[in-house]
Each structure stands twice: as structure tokens, then as C-alpha cells.
Write a protein that binds this ligand. Structure first.
Ligand code: FMN
Length: 201
């Protein structure tokens, strides 16, 4: 598959706070992902997209955003064929900074797959369930498989000097997630391109 044909997947770090743990699972999944030849990957750090709290006159579903940082964010999303979000869980939901970033675009998300790597007490399972519902509203295709870096693994890595490689089930889950993202990204890319060329209605 040529570089041009490879669907391009953004791996988004869903936490921007100082001292965030999120960098570790993000770099881990990126390293695994980069070994694949069916997809191309790009790390996207929300720190590079300092969006104000949503303050637009209308939803991005009804027209382009005014804020310059938000236009850059939407422009970045438009170059992608899918997303993997690496998410913490804050009070059983996604971080505010991540939800804000999701609110700031619309059509740039449409008809693309999205998958999740979560970390925390229950591998951010509760936050991921909420994110899947949000993704549906953005007309995305949330995939069923996810990586959940749970309490034992998170604490082992944070406090006991362990690494992701000490928990081989995580790499197995990552493969399932990436395989599924690959299938959906290729199918939906073809469908979107078919729509612009008039092949598919
Ligand atoms: C405001 C806040 C709320 C939190 N709520 C939860 C929670 O509901 N479930 C959980 O497993 N961990 C929770 N935690 C702990 C996080 O899992 C832990 O701090 C993790 O490192 C956050 O990710 P980050 O360091 O990448 O920002 C919370 C942390 C913060 C700061």
C-alpha cells in the first residue's frame, strides 16, 4: 500500500495537565501502531491546540468556527481518516479539555472511525462509554475493541517501575483495536471518496 493510500490515523492525547500520565500510554500505542504498513499515524497533542472553552455563536454542525485555534484544529482533523483517543477518566467521564476539543468541530469528524485507549481505575471504561456516545453524535463509527489500562497496570507503571511489556494482554488488545480501526478506516475512506467522485451516493 502506498503512503498516499494508507488511511491516516491521529492518536490524540486526551489530557493536557502538567505531569499527565497520558503520555506513557500514548507513546506506547504509537510505537505499536508505527509497525503497521496498512495505516499511517500521527501524534496529536491537545497542548498544541489551545482551544478556549467553547464560545462560538453556533454549533460547528451548522457552519465553520470563527476562533483561529479552532480553525487550525478542524483543519488538522480534516487531514485524518480516523482517530485513536488516549483518554483518562475524570469523575467517570472524559476530561473537559477533550470534550471541548470534540465540541469544536463536526464535519471533520463525520464518517470516520474512532477507537480508545483508556487508563485509570477501570481503564477509563466509563469515560470511553460516554465518548462512544459523543462520537455517534459526531457521526463517527466507534469501534468495539479498546485498550483498558486498569488499576493494576496503571499503578504498576506509575509507581512500581513496570512497563507496558510487563502486561502482554495490553499489546493483544492494541492489535485488536488497530485491526478494527484499519478495517473501518479503509472502508469509510473509500466510501467518502466515492461520495466526492459521485460513485457512491
Ligand atoms: C479531576 C480528576 C478526576 C478523576 N476521576 C477519576 C475517575 O473517575 N476514575 C478514575 O479511574 N480515575 C480518576 N482520576 C485519577 C486519574 O485516573 C489519574 O489522575 C490519571 O493520572 C489522570 O490522567 P492524566 O494524568 O493523564 O491527566 C481522576 C483524576 C482527576 C485529576
Amino acid at each position: 500500500m502506498t503512503q498516499q493510500q494508507q488511511p491516516r490515523i491521529g492518536i490524540v492525547i486526551g489530557s493536557t495537565r502538567e505531569g499527565r500520565f497520558g503520555e506513557k500510554p500514548t507513546h506506547w500505542i504509537h510505537e505499536i501502531a508505527k509497525q503497521r504498513t496498512d495505516l499511517a499515524f500521527e501524534l496529536i497533542d491537545l497542548r498544541d491546540h489551545p482551544l478556549p472553552f467553547f464560545n462560538e455563536p453556533r454549533s460547528p454542525a451548522y457552519g465553520p468556527v470563527n476562533n483561529e485555534a479552532a480553525q487550525l484544529w478542524a483543519g488538522k482533523l480534516a487531514t485524518l481518516d480516523g482517530l485513536i483517543i488516549v483518554t483518562p477518566e475524570y469523575n467517570h467521564g472524559p476530561s473537559a479539555v477533550l470534550k471541548n476539543a470534540l465540541d469544536y468541530a463536526y464535519k471533520e469528524f463525520n464518517h470516520k472511525p474512532i477507537g480508545f485507549v483508556g487508563y485509570g481505575g477501570v481503564g477509563a471504561a466509563r469515560a470511553i462509554e460516554q465518548l462512544r456516545l459523543i462520537a455517534i453524535e459526531l457521526q463517527m463509527a466507534p469501534v468495539a475493541h479498546a485498550v483498558h489500562v486498569g488499576m493494576m497496570e496503571s499503578l504498576g507503571i506509575m509507581q512500581q517501575g513496570k512497563t507496558f511489556e510487563d502486561f502482554p494482554h495490553l499489546a493483544q488488545a492494541a492489535k485488536r483495536l488497530l485491526d478494527e480501526i484499519s478495517w473501518w478506516a479503509r472502508v469509510l475512506k473509500l466510501a467518502r471518496e466515492g461520495m466526492t467522485t459521485g460513485v457512491a451516493a
